[in-house]
Design a binder for this molecule. Structure first.
Ligand code: OGA
Ligand code: NI
Length: 340
């Protein structure tokens, strides 16, 4: 693993053959797509809750993506978290591997590519640090101890961002007209933090930090650095997500598309690389427990609105998600109620 991390070798080489995407999946000239007509920005600091609910609902329907500002997470905490995330990925490969080897059950890991490097047809220009977060007393002992402030800062960061996540899920529930406590039993119990690192790439037109995908989480709350890289696929076009200082990017994952019975969109997105600058981001995925049932909310289903998706346990959803490896059509078919 140590030698495989992109950050270990990328300075000395052109893009290796095994990192070049097939022509139809390469970003090519679309590395810099317009960021003008952008995803909605929702101000969570306004008094009018109805307005917030409406804006989040519309953005989740139209784009499956929005940014939030005035969300209550202190700027200082966001800066500190981003600093330790960058420091972690700047450590030697040996240290990174050592710091992530404390749990025999591998609740904390460092990896490169898609977590299944050996089976990838082509590799991603990305290293990742992934760990479970909840309950914190159980998992914090397996988190990195280097950088020295990692546990303290990330412990606070994940607690605060989790609360923000619950607030956003409440707004989403209200927009959908389902119980405000819909997400409080199992569906949001197993959050995980993924710290992505995309080193500078000698030719960003050939490869991607992450290929086109939908997230297998309920929602993701993303801290992105000042460096641009995230693109959303909407109406057959790629649009760039503008980095806004101290905003979080929120996106709907596929399980929430199922829960909303297709009302909300688990949007497809990807990450392009940058030729001069490294980019570090942190995804806080709000995830269900393995044994939680994923199905359209009962109140959204009746004779005139039949369930579009069948019920399944989250762990079985994941098996299908992994088996269809990014093929949206195949996943849609595997989960559709008509293929039962
Ligand atoms: C992800 C993701 C976007 C980014 O982690 O699933 O889409 O900009 N991240 O890193
Ligand atoms: Ni994603």
């Amino acid at each position: 693993m140590e030698d495989l991390l992109v950050s270990s070798w990328c300075k000395d080489r052109a893009v290796p053959e095994t990192y070049i995407f097939p022509p139809e999946q390469r970003p090519g000239k679309l590395i810099d797509v317009p960021v003008g007509n952008n995803i909605p920005v929702v101000d969570l600091g306004v008094h009018d809750q109805t307005q917030i609910i409406q804006q989040i609902f519309e953005a989740s329907q139209d784009f499956g993506f929005f940014q939030v500002i005035n969300h209550g997470v202190p700027n200082r905490l966001m800066d500190d978290a981003m600093s330790v995330f960058k420091e972690f990925h700047a450590m030697s490969a040996k240290d990174k591997t050592f710091e992530c080897s404390k749990d025999p059950n591998k609740s904390c890991s460092v990896y490169t590519g898609s977590q299944n490097y050996a089976k990838e047809k082509f590799h991603l220009w990305r290293d990742g640090l992934l760990h479970l977060c909840n309950p914190q007393e159980k998992y914090i002992q397996f988190w990195p101890e280097k950088p020295t402030r990692y546990r303290e800062i990330v412990g606070t960061y994940t607690t605060v961002v989790r609360k923000l996540g619950f607030r956003i899920l409440e707004f989403i529930s209200q927009g959908l007209g389902i119980s405000p406590v819909h997400f409080s039993s199992g569906l949001a119990e197993n959050p995980r933090l993924l710290v992505n690192h995309y080193p500078p790439c000698p030719d960003p037109s050939l490869t991607l930090g992450q290929g086109k995908h939908r997230d297998p989480s309920i929602i993701n709350i993303l801290l992105q650095s000042e460096v641009y890289g995230l693109q959303v696929f909407k109406d057959e076009e790629w649009i760039g997500v503008k980095p806004i200082p101290y905003a979080f990017v929120v996106n709907i994952g596929y399980p929430l598309q199922i829960i909303s019975n297709g009302k909300l969109k688990g949007a497809e997105h990807r990450v392009v690389t940058n030729s001069n600058l490294a980019r570090t981001t942190a995804s806080f995925f709000i995830n269900p427990l393995d044994e939680t049932i994923i199905e359209p909310a009962k109140t959204l289903v009746d004779a005139s609105n039949p369930a579009l998706y069948r019920s399944l346990l989250y762990k079985n959803f994941l098996i299908k998600y992994i088996a269809t490896s990014g093929n949206t059509q195949a996943l849609e078919e595997a989960l559709s109620s008509s293929t039962e």
